[in-house]
Design a protein around this ligand. Structure first.
Ligand code: EPU
Length: 427
């Protein structure tokens, strides 16, 4: 088993580069299906989720060629005139994000059969809003033998209200609507920077979309789209992870390639914790702190609220901050599984429903712990950096799903982190 062995005590200092966002790139790759021919996407992170989406597009009949530096890639996706419309379970179960092929396949072929991704370590993730949205557009949706089968020979525009601004539902409805007959309005749409990125790619393919960046999207269907060249937006969650790591370790990190405006609330919290937060126009931002950070409360919400994907990293920081913090998790209740792991390192964290209370300690204590998902994984590494002694983080494959060469980047900032094979994890 591979584990990350983290020696506590480093103060992270230096500069890191952030590339394209996982949660954008997966959707951009799926959206390439909307036009026959070759679409080129740039600034892709070399992470395992992207490799799996690459395989999935291959199964759907696309030719996918990747070139790059090892950290950031460019991918050319050549989509056939008649793509396959079945996304199989063996690939879909590995990344939930692959459900985003549903909208593009339905729009292109009038039919889609996509395996249901199944359970997830961060909690229940139903797809009812995805289904209700495409049903309003005339699709017939049924679940059979573990697959969702959607059929719509004739997708038509519709007025759709989302009960909650779901990222995935907004994306699937949007990518179905761009080729539907007539106009679709999505009210209470998600407006994450990754949705804006997807809209911008679709517009460059010839789609007609109004209200980009707002919670009402108006999409007028067109007869066909053309392939495009697009560069993915920078990963705000990876950038936010570095910002939290800087403050937890009382360090000084310049995050290049990031957009601080996509992290307004998170960076404001860090400033209130006592950090110096500096936007560097055209470059990214810098976060530095010399003192012990002060505690702050966290409420996770859809964008522009503080992202649930930064919640474990925030808890890691707060577990060594001065004071008591209340964390309210509004998206994925099971994300607090992370609290049981960080408690093994001496963190004083109590949870009750979707609230957690964290009383800051001077220091944590290194221990063997398990990553339960991507963000829990990096949260535990941050905790390891502020712990006395050595922390071993198991289930590293979660971290590899979303972070490019994480331990190499940490070492470049001064941390003592090694990826090792361990037959005796925790023993
Ligand atoms: N929801 C429903 N019904 C639906 C869809 C969603 O009840 O039909 C609920 C979910 O259970 C959840 C909330 O709505 O409580 C929000 O879910 P959303 O659909 O917005 O999330 P998602 O599209 O499944 C994406 C990211 C997640 C990120 C969330 C929220 C991808 C591949 N995943 O998931 O990223 O946490 O948006 O921002 O884009 C991660 O990267 O670590 C990660 C989990």
């Amino acid at each position: 088993m591979q584990v990350l062995r983290v020696a506590g005590g480093a103060r992270l200092a230096g500069s890191v580069e952030v590339v394209g966002a996982k949660n954008s790139v997966l959707k951009l790759m799926a959206a390439a299906l909307l036009a026959p021919g070759s679409t080129t996407l740039g600034n892709l992170p070399a992470i395992s989720d992207v490799a799996i989406m690459h395989q999935l597009l291959g199964r759907l009949g696309c030719e996918v060629n990747t070139s790059g530096t090892g950290a950031t890639d460019e991918v050319c996706i050549t989509v056939p005139d008649h793509p396959q419309w079945e996304a199989p379970y063996d690939l879909v179960r590995k990344i939930r994000g692959s459900i985003c092929v549903l909208g593009p396949l339905l729009a292109r072929t009038g039919k889609a059969k996509v395996a249901l991704p199944g359970g997830d370590a961060i909690g229940s993730r139903p797809l009812d809003m995805h289904f209700a949205g495409i049903e309003r557009m005339g699709a017939e949706v049924r679940v059979e033998h573990g697959y969702v089968v959607a059929e719509a020979p004739d997708l038509r525009g519709a007025s759709i209200w989302l009960d909650f601004p779901s990222v995935g539902a907004t994306e699937n409805i949007l990518t179905a609507a761009v080729l539907a007959k007539g106009t679709t309005v999505i009210d209470n749409a998600a407006r994450e920077p990754e949705i804006v990125d997807l809209c911008q790619m679709l517009v460059s393919m010839g789609a007609q979309i109004g209200g980009i960046g707002s919670s009402t999207l108006e999409i007028t269907g067109v007869d066909g789209l053309k392939p495009t060249t697009h560069r993915a937006v920078a990963d705000r969650i990876v950038a936010g992870t570095w910002a939290m790591a800087a403050v937890a370790t009382r360090g000084d990190i310049t995050v290049r390639g990031a957009h601080p405006e996509h992290l307004e609330i998170a960076l404001d919290k860090l400033a209130r914790a006592g950090a110096e937060v500096e936007a560097l126009p055209g470059v990214g931002f810098r976060v530095a702190i010399a003192e012990r950070p002060r505690s702050f409360d966290v409420v996770t919400l859809p964008y522009p609220g503080l992202a649930t994907d930064l919640q474990p990293q925030a808890i890691a920081l707060l577990s060594v901050a001065d004071g008591t913090a209340m964390i309210t998790e509004n998206l994925f209740e099971a994300r607090f599984m992370f609290c049981d792991e960080i408690a093994r390192m001496g963190a004083d964290v109590r949870t009750d429903g979707h609230h957690a209370v964290v009383r800051g300690r001077e220091q944590l204590s290194g221990a063997p712990v398990r990553a339960t998902d991507i963000r829990a994984g990096v949260g535990l590494v941050i905790a390891g950096l502020v712990a006395e002694g050595v922390t071993e983080v198991a289930e590293v494959h979660h971290i590899d799903r979303g972070y490019v060469r994480f331990e190499e980047q940490l070492r470049a900032l001064g941390a003592d982190v090694q990826r090792v094979e361990s037959d005796t994890f925790g023993g």
